[in-house]
Each structure stands twice: as structure tokens, then as C-alpha cells.
Design a protein around this ligand. Structure first.
Ligand code: SAH
Length: 350
């Protein structure tokens, strides 16, 4: 066994990664070694998840946002974004449709839209949980006060997704305007965890100015947080943002990181993201074969899909929910995995 394989095994056995190990892997990986890394990731995931891929129905319920993140297509200063906000009735009908298609998790994601007060969010959560008591509700609506998170939790929300984007403060400041801080975002994640949510953090791979040291710091932060979910996907430029001319993040590097995350966090829920599927038509399949175990097909009404444009070229904007669901099933089957339609909680939450 070569040094590369030994390092991969060490990462797996210690469930930890040192900067030198990360750097060695990124410097020395080639087509053959890559396969070793992915095989080890699968060997860790398969005994935990038995080749099941969990589905989450994603409802992008508002693209109105008060923030101005430099990478994001729905940033408030993008005048070209056509804004929308789904009504409660529309959101509930997305959930009905999703439930009929077998989804047992709904992810409500949106910009930080001030219209959605805590009261409205709690109302919505309570209604969804009353109509679909066997379903999990995941919120992904950004940074809020601890009391707000507590109210969402008390209303019945089960999970919360808030990517930390980068654990390094200086890097965070290169991606966001000065009113946002990495420290605050991390504190939000700690609050969410303490309240009792299943919590998802994550990063974009290949954002401007990102270094391998930053990625190492992401591992350090995540080892401390111990999230239940980690969402990663390549950065993809959007034409109406300050990063429009920046290069796209690498699909390869995203796959390496998915595999390494699987080795360090054997039980974590790891989505093969839409961004990965956008950057490479087979990206999500490759992601699953590198250790991912979640997919998040879109349940939003087709007429708003084009408007939730975080980055250019986003896939699946024309497909009805039922088509997305079927497409996922076929894709997953082709690579020897199967869709599982349980709630798909983190193993520690069952
Ligand atoms: N307002 C919510 C949801 C943000 S959108 C929140 O703050 O959490 C969800 C994720 O999409 C972001 O966290 C970011 O990591 C990702 N994203 C945004 N713009 C992107 C881009 N240009 N390329 C790739 N991913 C992007």
C-alpha cells in the first residue's frame, strides 16, 4: 500500500484529518487513487445506510432577501432578479403533492425575507406538521435570533440548514458584506444545535479566495460542531453578482471533499447537491458514489423555479415534481443504490 492509501485509511480510522493529510491527498490524487478514496467512503457509508439515498422535497418559497452575499443570484441588490413569494396555500399544496409522491421531509428554503415573521413561519410549520404528522420539516431561512429558532422548534420544526459557507473569518468577509460575520453565523449553528434541531452546515467549494487551509479550518469547525448534515457543492458564478467573472468551483474537488467528509463523519447526512448536478450532468451520481446519501429534488411550483436562481444554469427548473422524483429514482437505481422514503433522520435521532 502506498502513502496515499495509508493516509486515507488513517483518516477513516481516526475520523479526523490533519492539514498535512488533506494537502497530501489534494496534491497526489490521480484517477486510480481517487477510486481508492471513493471506495473507502462507500465502505464507511454502506454499513450505516445500506445503499439507501434519502429524498427531501425542496420548496423554495421566497427569493426575496435582505442580504447581499457576493456570490448569490438572489442578493438584494440584484435588480434583475424577478422577486416572488409563495402564499401559504401554495406552500401547503407543494407539501400535499410531495406527500403524495412519497416524500417524508419538506425543506422550506428561502432568502431572508422580512415578510416571513416568526409568527408566520411558526404558523406554517404548525400547519404542515398537522397535515403531515409523519413528515419532518426542515427550515433553511438564514440567520435569526436564538428566540426565533426556539419558536420554530417549539412549533414543530425538526431540522435547520444553515451553511457556514467558510469557517475562516477573513475568507467569510471576502464573500459577504460587512454587516454579516462568520462568527455570528457559527453562533447561529451552535444555538440551533443546543435547541435540539438536527442541524446542517456546509460550504461552497471553490469560492473566490478559498485556500486549502480554509477547507482544513472547515473540518476543524465541523468536528467541533458535529452537525447532522453537511451540504457542499461547487461555487457556480451568477451573471448578476460581483463574482460573475470568477471561475466555477471544481467538481473533482467537491467529490474528494464529499469522500473525506464521509470518512471523518461516518453517520452524517451528506447531500449530492443540485449545484453538483448543475456543474456536471452526472455530478449527483458521482457524489453518491463518493459517499453522499441524500438528494433534494425540487417541489416548488414550476413557474417560480427559474426565479430561485442562486447561480447560472441551475438544473431541473422545468420539471414537475413527479418527474423530478422519477428521475432521481432512475439515476440512483442505475448506480446500484435505492431511494428510501422514510423521514431519513440522522442515525442518532432515530
Ligand atoms: N437564505 C438561506 C438559504 C441560502 S441559499 C441561508 O442563508 O441559509 C442556500 C445555499 O446556496 C447557500 O448557503 C450557499 O452555500 C448556496 N449558494 C448560493 N449562491 C451560490 C452559488 N453562486 N453557487 C453555489 N452555491 C451557492
Amino acid at each position: 500500500m502506498g502513502r496515499f492509501e495509508t493516509i486515507v485509511d488513517q483518516i477513516r480510522d481516526t475520523q479526523n484529518i490533519a492539514y498535512e493529510q488533506l494537502a497530501y491527498i489534494f496534491e497526489h490524487i490521480d484517477a486510480e487513487k481517487e477510486q481508492y478514496l471513493y471506495a473507502q467512503a462507500r465502505a464507511v457509508a454502506d454499513p450505516v445506510f445500506h445503499k439507501a439515498v434519502y429524498l427531501r422535497g425542496l420548496i423554495e418559497f421566497t427569493n426575496i432577501c435582505k442580504n447581499d452575499c457576493y456570490y448569490c443570484g438572489i442578493r438584494c441588490s440584484n435588480q434583475n432578479a424577478e422577486r416572488y413569494r409563495l402564499t401559504e396555500e401554495q406552500i401547503l399544496s407543494c407539501c400535499d403533492m410531495g406527500a403524495r409522491l412519497g416524500f417524508r421531509t419538506f425543506v422550506l428554503q428561502g432568502g431572508e425575507d422580512p415578510y416571513y415573521t416568526d409568527e408566520l413561519v411558526c404558523d406554517l410549520v404548525r400547519k404542515i406538521k398537522a397535515l403531515h404528522p409523519d413528515c419532518a420539516v426542515t427550515l433553511s431561512i438564514g440567520e435569526k435570533e436564538r428566540a426565533s429558532y426556539q419558536a420554530y422548534f417549539d412549533a414543530g420544526a425538526d431540522r435547520y440548514l444553515l451553511r457556514h459557507e467558510t469557517a475562516n473569518e477573513e475568507h467569510y468577509a471576502m464573500l459577504h458584506p460587512a454587516n454579516l460575520s462568520g462568527a455570528h453565523r457559527k453562533q447561529c449553528l451552535r444555538n440551533l444545535k443546543e435547541i435540539g434541531f438536527q442541524v446542517g452546515c456546509g460550504i461552497m467549494v471553490g469560492t473566490p479566495h478559498q485556500t486549502l487551509l480554509h477547507i482544513y479550518e472547515d473540518f476543524v469547525f465541523m468536528r467541533e460542531l458535529q452537525p447532522h448534515m453537511i451540504g457542499i457543492g461547487p461555487f457556480i458564478p451568477h451573471k448578476d453578482t460581483p463574482f460573475k467573472d470568477e471561475p466555477m468551483g471544481s467538481v473533482q474537488q467537491t467529490l474528494y471533499l464529499l469522500a473525506l467528509l464521509r470518512l471523518v463523519f461516518p453517520k452524517v447526512l451528506l447531500p449530492a447537491t443540485t449545484a453538483l448536478g448543475t456543474a456536471d450532468p452526472m455530478g449527483r451520481e458521482k457524489g453518491i458514489l463518493a459517499g453522499a446519501n441524500v438528494m433534494m429534488p425540487n417541489l416548488s411550483p414550476v413557474d417560480v423555479r427559474e426565479k430561485y436562481m442562486l447561480y447560472d444554469g441551475k438544473i431541473c427548473t422545468g420539471d414537475e415534481a413527479a418527474e423530478c422524483r422519477r428521475c432521481m429514482e432512475l439515476r440512483v437505481q442505475k448506480i446500484g443504490y435505492h431511494i428510501e422514503l422514510s423521514r431519513g433522520d440522522h442515525p442518532d435521532f432515530k
